[in-house]
Write a protein that binds this ligand. Structure first.
Ligand code: GDP
Ligand code: MG
Length: 174
């Protein structure tokens, strides 16, 4: 099996959208209900994606960083998962400025990106329609997933792992 170089992934989004839960879900297939919201962690992971072993380093940001810290994380990363919470419109509105900052930091390079609407299990509290997520992803020319860190395969299809894998593919395509 071919071995590829390491890719650096960073997960961004407002505090509370479920970044840590998603990362832990991806790494352990388990859901952790409470996770220190101020904690920023990096993890190493290997996955077999399209018959290739991909090594990844994953940065779970806290979501409360100032601009300088954010820029540092953006410079570090090769690809980014922008997470919002489908039950929190404000978290969705945070995505565009994040993408703007990413473009600024990475200019003139194309930025590999995935948009992820989390907490798709909380349909009753939904504030952001699936179509809005789809439209934003189309604007940003990136893949879009709705998923849930606490349930398998909810929403528009594709689980949490699929979002991470697709981001790795997007990075490798460049
Ligand atoms: P972070 O600040 O973005 O890292 O968010 P956390 O991962 O700490 O999650 C914030 C809160 O949302 C916690 O209480 C989690 O249990 C909860 N949470 C995270 N993901 C989901 C999800 O997919 N569905 C539901 N119902 N709750 C979630
Ligand atoms: Mg967290």
């Amino acid at each position: 099996m071919a071995k590829s170089p390491e890719v650096k992934l960073a997960v961004f989004g407002r505090a509370g959208v479920g970044k840590s839960a998603l990362v832990v879900r991806f790494l352990t297939k388990r859901f952790i209900w409470e996770y220190d919201p101020t904690l920023e962690s990096t993890y190493r992971h290997q996955a077999n994606i399209d018959d290739e072993t991909v090594s990844m380093e994953i940065l779970d940001t806290a979501g409360q960083e100032d601009v300088l810290q954010k820029e540092g994380h953006m410079r570090w990363g090769d690809g980014f998962i922008l997470v919002y919470d489908i039950t929190d419109r404000g978290s969705f509105e945070d995505v565009v400025p994040l993408k703007g900052l990413l473009d600024e930091v990475k200019r003139p390079k194309h930025v590999p990106l995935v948009l992820l609407g989390n907490k798709a299990d909380l349909e009753h509290g939904r504030q952001v329609a699936t179509e809005e997520g789809e439209r934003l992803a189309a604007d940003m020319a990136c893949a879009f997933y709705e998923c849930s860190a606490c349930a398998d395969q909810v929403g528009t299809g594709g689980g949490v792992a699929e979002a991470f894998h697709e981001l790795c593919r997007e990075i490798r395509r460049r």
